[in-house]
Design a protein around this ligand. Sequence first.
Ligand code: NAD
Ligand code: GLY
Length: 365
Amino acid sequence: MAGVKTLTVELGERSYPIHIGRGLLERADLYRPRIRGRQVLVVTNTTVAPLYLERVRNALEAEHEVESLVLPDGEEYKNLETLETIFDALLELRFNRRCTLAALGGGVVGDITGFAAACFLRGVDFVQLPTTLLAQVDSSVGGKTGINHPRGKNMIGAFHQPRLVIADTDTLNTLDDRQLAAGVAEVIKYGLIRDAAFFEWLEDHVEALLARDPEALAHAIEVSCRTKAAIVAEDEREAGTRALLNLGHTFGHAIETGMGYGNWLHGEAVAAGMVLAARLSERLGWLDAAGVERIVRLLQRARLPTEPPGEMGVEDFLSLMAVDKKVVDSGLRLVLLRRIGEAVLTQDFTPEQLTATLSEALAAA
Ligand code: NAD
Ligand code: GLY
């Protein structure tokens, strides 16, 4: 299709396309083949609705009964109460099993809308229309949906794949610089976990990404989605490889929960978390000091935090990390780095090594 790069998440009969390109939200031809019934509820938020809702409605209205629901904006609203408002709307509108939910916004709207779709009438279709860099490179792909609990990030949710992802890169022009940088953190993650050449490309192009150079952004989104799609196809339910996508996230989720949802952006918490993972990897003799320095330097150039918040203590981290989803009967598992471009999910660290890494980083914060 002209002007569109299309990748596929290969999941047999549940396979779906990811379209990446400019001006795609208004392309009725992209939605048509992937929306089955007549009823569509576009779920968005108070920031994104005035910017993009009209375009989506225009694209869908010729063939569908389109309704919309505008949620409050913020990570602190990714909770049960907001989820209930989606169910209320669906029931009030008498939506049936052939309906589709369309998530228009960042990862918060995507995660909560996807979870609503997973639960409503025991599961209905949904499509992802991501409008942040973070959502375009990560959260819209792969079917992880859910909400936060006051005691832990993303602790309630379901795997439920979308039927379509449309990443309209023009939407990134209205994103503020801090949110753009938060998305770059997840892009850097892909280089770190299994693509050293992409990490090097990022070392050469990080300023171009921050300046919103369209070619650099399109390349970064495509490489990121290609890696994510391959990992999801290999391990949809996170029996192994998929956990590598959580590099920095166990530390990061502790920061997001500990600091109060919305105070540290998800990508910022992941950036600081990736440095903690790198420092623990160095302590284990895996990653060398030069590797840690390259990671810190790249994140700093992306204007991301590289130290944990000084307000938190080692005990705060340890108790919050104990409710991470990667904890198994035998204890905490972490994604660590053998080298740049090679991550592993491991329990090969002692509590003392983890505590020492945290206390050194917190003392420097
Ligand atoms: P977000 O959804 O809060 O969006 C960031 C901010 O940008 C919000 O204020 C939003 O209203 C605004 N915004 C969105 N699009 C805009 C645009 N085009 N122009 C201007 N403003 C815009 O945050 P996020 O970083 O997109 O997503 C973070 C969430 O994603 C977290 O809850 C995280 O847990 C989740 N996540 C999920 C997955 C997954 O696999 N499901 C992966 C990574 C992150
Ligand atoms: N963002 C982590 C995953 O999708 O598995």
